[in-house]
Design a protein around this ligand. Structure first.
Ligand code: ADP
Ligand code: MG
Length: 235
């Protein structure tokens, strides 16, 4: 099973942001979408999430065509670069949000939130407000929140981009560790080749709306498909 992107094309006016993109992302894998700014990574992620529509082509998630489903029916968790957190709600309430709008029973919510806060080592901060957390802790909260509804797919758009280098490195390790623990199919966008190499099982290199190469970090490093990949990885 997998996320299957088939012939996706997306235009903004005359500009072609995605040009007939096809790629298959296996279930349970941690995949990086890597490439320079403006290449179409976020557009692809948004279309997978259902936050944007393609002009043509399809996305299937685990064999079900997702293109026609609204975002809330796609079973997708999303983490953005800029913390999408509720400032007036405690950490626990932020994590519980997706479960509460789904009207889950209260004891179930409490247990799940407790588990998740443990997973990201924030259990002692459950009553704090997001403003009382560090940037790294806040993104860990965002990860816990995205995982709360047990999504089939976790999508992250430059999740660590806004943080300083040390915290970013720490969060890469967190993402890798969380993934190894919950095995959710994960796709994260980055323009940082080192980040992709360090964290991902497989990397999809995207440039000017096209897939340049798909491969493991070793494959990309040993056998770059073309000059673009070679020079981008060499930066
Ligand atoms: P990346 O995430 O790889 O940096 P994006 O997917 O955000 O790239 O953008 C790809 C291209 O599409 C960019 O040139 C961007 O300016 C353009 N683009 C993205 N969203 C819109 C939009 N809503 N309207 C017009 N152009 C857009
Ligand atoms: Mg982007």
């Amino acid at each position: 099973m997998s996320i299957d992107v088939n012939g996706l094309t997306k235009r903004f006016g005359d500009f072609v942001a995605l040009d007939d993109v096809s790629v298959s992302l296996p279930t349970g894998q941690l995949t990086a979408l890597l490439g320079p700014s403006g290449g179409g990574k976020s557009t692809l992620l948004r279309i997978i999430a259902g936050l944007d529509k393609a002009d043509s082509g399809t996305v299937s998630i685990e064999g079900t065509e997702a293109t026609k489903l609204p975002p809330q029916k796609r079973n997708v968790g999303f983490v953005f670069q800029h913390y999408a957190v509720f400032k007036h709600m405690s950490v626990a309430k932020n994590v519980a949000f997706g479960l509460e709008i789904r009207k889950k029973p209260k004891p179930e919510i409490e247990q799940r939130v407790d588990e998740l806060l443990r997973l990201v080592h924030l259990q002692q901060f459950s009553h704090r407000l997001p403003s009382q957390l560090s940037g790294g802790q806040r993104q860990r909260m965002a990860l816990a929140r995205a995982l709360a509804v047990e999504p089939k797919v976790l999508l992250l758009d430059e999740p660590f981009g806004a943080l300083d280098a040390k915290v970013r490195k720490e969060l890469r390790e967190w993402l890798r560790r969380l993934h190894d623990e919950v095995h959710v199919t994960t796709v994260f966008v980055t323009h940082d080749q080192e980040e992709a190499m360090e964290v991902a099982d497989e990397i999809v290199v995207i440039n000017e709306g096209r897939v340049e190469q798909v491969g493991t970090p070793d494959e990309l490093y040993d056998r770059p498909a073309n000059d673009f990949v070679m020079s981008f990885l060499g930066e």
